[in-house]
Design a protein around this ligand. Structure first.
Ligand code: BGP
Length: 480
């Protein structure tokens, strides 16, 4: 038992994203999104990308784990664990099939009405991500995504449509999932919806800095406008940003390694975080732009919009940490969005993501010191291969260990004085991996019977971690 540090209002729960769990990709008027064109599922690795959906080919998002038809059963299971919050995303192309439609698709709106009603029925607060690596495919083809300024208005129209519709059902919102992915070349596809003609088949990171950062500016403006308009729709709304926080350590106590850590921290974390929280481009990025001949075109009111549309809270994903080193030939390892140099003091998951619970305490303190606004951990978890044993049980002690250690360091951070609103463990039900398109990389408390090729009954089954998390929530993080 640990001392009580989590407040009664602490939001315990789990997180998913539409394209990784819903399926029903072309049902009830939904238009295709960029994810629906990716075979092998990955948005980040070399995968084949089809401008036309190929008949008979396997596209992971098309069925995913069929949350669209099974949401009642799934939400009932979340409720059984005692979830206070459920983070999910709205598929933009369910609401505006082409992105630039005049009128929203009523059937799409009705689906989320039913999902939110189900949450509310069980006393679960929905936390909604407006864009989780999704953009209607028609906007990609017609406008090259956010590279075209007009897409800002299409996004804000979509955001205000759903915020108005659900203003009495949803209080917590996030604008763009892992927005800082757009600082890496592959993120142009995920966050910005931009296709590079030269690399469409290979996904090689050949891109144009000017175009990518201009598009990201449009995303910042879209996010800030959404915050402004959202608060007009319901002043009670709490609207946050969402970053993949990349925590780096120097491999050695070399001043040059430390400078590299600062460089990555500024570019990967502080750049996007500062614009969301402080409403301003930080000095180091302005300097980087000047050195690289990038000139961001601000429209007349953009600065006012960024300053007025700052977020109410800062949310982030946290899976692992990496080292930075200026030495040649250091051993590399994988990670969320980007890898880094292997840390000899850390173990790694089967996918090479280094497990670092103490790094979460460090990261929470670092962020709270910089921003002084409430924080929320909206993704954390262990992707692992789960086996069903002879008795039909899934004994995922490795997952319980991972989560327990992270809950402990969150409580340490709260003890340190950090204001932490909640924790939504990633992939609370098994779903399609964003990074690899696989099913076998499982995160859930709930197992879904489906394999990498798409075969399986889709039946749900509780893992051992299900009862563990239920106990954690019931004791408000005391009995771990
Ligand atoms: C984050 C994404 C999620 C999720 C998670 C785990 O980057 O926001 O969508 O998938 O990473 O990554 P993966 O699915 O590659 O294991």
């Amino acid at each position: 038992m640990i001392e009580v540090v989590f407040s009664d209002k602490f939001l315990w729960g789990g997180a998913v994203a539409a394209n990784q769990c819903e399926g029903a990709w072309d049902v009830d008027g939904k238009g295709p999104s960029i994810c629906d064109h990716l075979r092998g599922g990955s948005l980040t690795k070399k995968r084949s990308f089809d401008r036309k959906i190929l008949e008979g080919e396997y596209y992971p998002s098309h069925e995913a784990v069929d949350f669209y038809h099974r949401y009642e059963e799934d939400i009932a299971l979340f409720a059984e664990m005692g979830f206070k919050v459920f983070r999910l995303s709205i598929a933009w192309s369910r609401i505006f099939p082409n992105g630039d439609d005049q009128e929203p698709n009523e059937a799409g709106l009705e689906f989320y009405d039913k999902v939110f009603d189900e949450c509310i029925k069980h006393g679960i607060e929905p936390l909604v991500t407006l864009s989780h690596f999704e953009i209607p495919y028609a906007l990609v083809e017609k406008y090259n995504g956010f590279s075209d300024r007009r897409v800002v208005d299409f996004f804000v129209n979509y955001a205000t449509t759903v915020m108005t519709r659900y203003k009495d059902k949803v209080k917590y919102w996030l604008t763009f999932n892992e927005i800082n992915f757009a600082t890496l070349p592959f993120g142009a596809l995920n966050v910005l919806g931009m296709l590079n003609e030269d690399t469409v088949d290979t996904h090689d990171p050949v891109d144009n800095l000017q175009e990518r950062y201009q598009a990201l500016h449009h995303v910042f403006v879209a996010s800030a406008k959404t915050v402004i308009e959202g608060h007009k729709i319901n002043p009670e709304f709490e609207i946050g940003c969402m970053l993949a926080h990349m925590t780096f350590y120097p491999l050695n106590p070399k001043p040059t390694d430390m400078m590299l850590v600062q460089h990555w921290d500024n570019h990967m974390n502080n750049f996007c975080g500062d614009i969301h929280v402080k409403g301003e481009y930080p000095y180091f990025i302005k300097n980087y732009f000047a050195e690289n001949d990038v000139e961001i075109k601000f429209e007349e009111n953009d600065q006012e919009i960024l300053s007025a549309g700052t977020v109410d809270f800062y949310s982030f994903s946290y899976y692992s940490t990496n080292c930075a080193s200026t030495d040649q030939g250091t051993e590399l390892t994988a990670g969320n969005l980007m890898g880094g140099v292997r840390n000899p003091y850390l173990e790694a998951s089967d996918w090479g993501w280094q497990i670092d619970p103490i790094g979460l305490r460090y990261t929470l303190n670092k962020l709270y010191d910089r921003y002084q606004i409430p924080l929320m951990v909206v993704e954390n978890g262990l992707g692992a291969v789960d086996e069903i044993n002879e008795d039909g049980n899934i004994i995922d002690d490795y997952r319980i260990d991972y989560l327990r250690e992270h809950v402990v360091t969150m409580s340490d951070a709260i003890d340190d004085g950090v204001e932490l609103m909640g924790y939504t463990m990633w992939g609370c039900i098994d779903l399609i991996s964003a990074g690899t398109g696989e099913m076998k990389k499982r995160y859930g408390f709930i197992y879904v019977d489906k394999d990498n090729d798409g075969n399986g009954t889709l039946d749900r089954k509780k893992k051992k971690s299900f009862d563990w998390y239920k106990k954690v929530i019931a004791t408000n993080g005391q009995d771990l």
